[in-house]
Ligand binder design. Structure first.
Ligand SMILES: [Zn+2]
Length: 331
């Protein structure tokens, strides 16, 4: 942890052995190790520098190798000739966990979760070493970060920013993306965004949609969030800013509603929908439609996420609700 040395802006000449001059962009391969057969394993990334000095921002996706909505968003940004930086630099990594991605998996081949291994270690496990390379080469150069995720398998999320809103700089960074909801939370120990924040690089995650998909609606929220954040930092022309949701809502408390009974599910809500206390969320019944039980919301809330599997056993998480009564409105 103490191995982190904050790099300077003018150290771009040693990023993956390449020089990135002001006003240019470049594709790079960051070497992260070797495969069983001795082949080089690399993470492809794209760097853009503005002419003027300014903040350095990283945007990462697929730290969980099967979460691809962020990959879709980053690829759109890389291929957008209109995305011109006037200042600072942008590091875009469409797939961080290339080993998981190749296997259609959230995890690394050793079953470790890369997003529990940051800031990593030069001499640790495979996961720790990969985390170290990403942290040392990328995060340590950056002033801000955005890490893109989806819901876990068999779930979907309404696209929201998750951030440690108890810290002013992180809260401002989170709100600058302009999403309708920001959900309070530091993230688990070893998560990229939590460790980046600990090391002085305010970082948020944006989480939306499902695994193994590139969903147009989710990608659009991710993209506009990134563009808004860059415009707010003065890295792009102010005209690059997109319409923000107003007011924005900071969700302070969220909880999963779990099934009491097993059976087949009929959904009455969808992600992003607001519900009042007492509103029906899901009906559970047998395969023959007998013994219907209606699960209801116990609070005024927004549906942040839900299962996509239309069947459950007792105790399974069905609907993730963000409490609106304790939420903060920001206009
Ligand atoms: Zn994830």
């Amino acid at each position: 942890m103490n191995e982190r040395v904050k790099r300077r802006i003018d150290e771009w000449d040693d990023l993956a052995g390449q020089t990135i001059a002001p006003g240019t962009s470049q594709d790079l391969d960051l070497r992260i190790g070797e495969s069983y057969s001795g082949m080089n394993m690399t993470v492809p990334l794209h760097v853009r520098r503005g002419i003027e000095p300014g903040p350095i921002v990283f945007v990462t996706a697929a730290v969980h190798g099967n979460e691809l909505n962020g990959t879709g968003a980053i690829r759109n940004l890389i291929r957008d000739p209109q995305l011109e930086l006037v200042a600072g630099a942008l590091v875009l990594i469409p797939v961080v966990n290339v080993l998981g991605f190749d296997r259609h998996s959230r995890y690394l081949p050793d079953r470790r979760d890369l997003n529990r291994c940051f800031p990593g270690s030069r001499v640790g496990s495979l996961a720790k070493r990969i985390a170290w390379r990403i942290f040392d080469e990328i995060v340590n150069r950056c002033d801000y970060g955005i890490d893109l995720h989806t819901a876990a398998i068999r779930r979907t999320n309404y696209p929201v920013v998750c951030a440690d809103t108890t810290k002013d700089t992180i809260r401002e960074w989170a709100l600058s993306l302009g999403t309708e909801y920001v959900v309070k939370g530091r993230g688990p120990r070893g998560a990229l965004r939590r460790q980046a924040c600990t090391f002085g690089c305010p970082t948020v995650i944006v989480e939306g949609g499902e695994t193994w998909k590139v969903e147009a609606g989710v990608v659009s929220v991710f993209e506009s969030g990134i563009r808004n954040a860059l415009a707010q930092l003065g890295m792009t022309a102010p005209t690059a800013q997109q319409a923000c949701k107003s007011p924005q809502t900071i969700i302070q408390k969220a909880r999963w509603v779990r099934a009491e009974h097993g059976g087949f599910l009929e959904f009455h809500v969808q992600p992003g929908q607001r519900v009042r206390s007492g509103d029906p969320l899901v009906t559970v019944a047998s395969l023959l439609g007998r013994g219907e039980q209606v699960m209801r919301s116990t609070m005024d809330a927004v549906v942040l996420g839900m299962t996509t599997l239309p069947a459950t056993s007792p105790g399974e998480a069905i609907v993730h609700l963000g409490d609106l009564s304790s939420a903060i409105q920001v206009s």
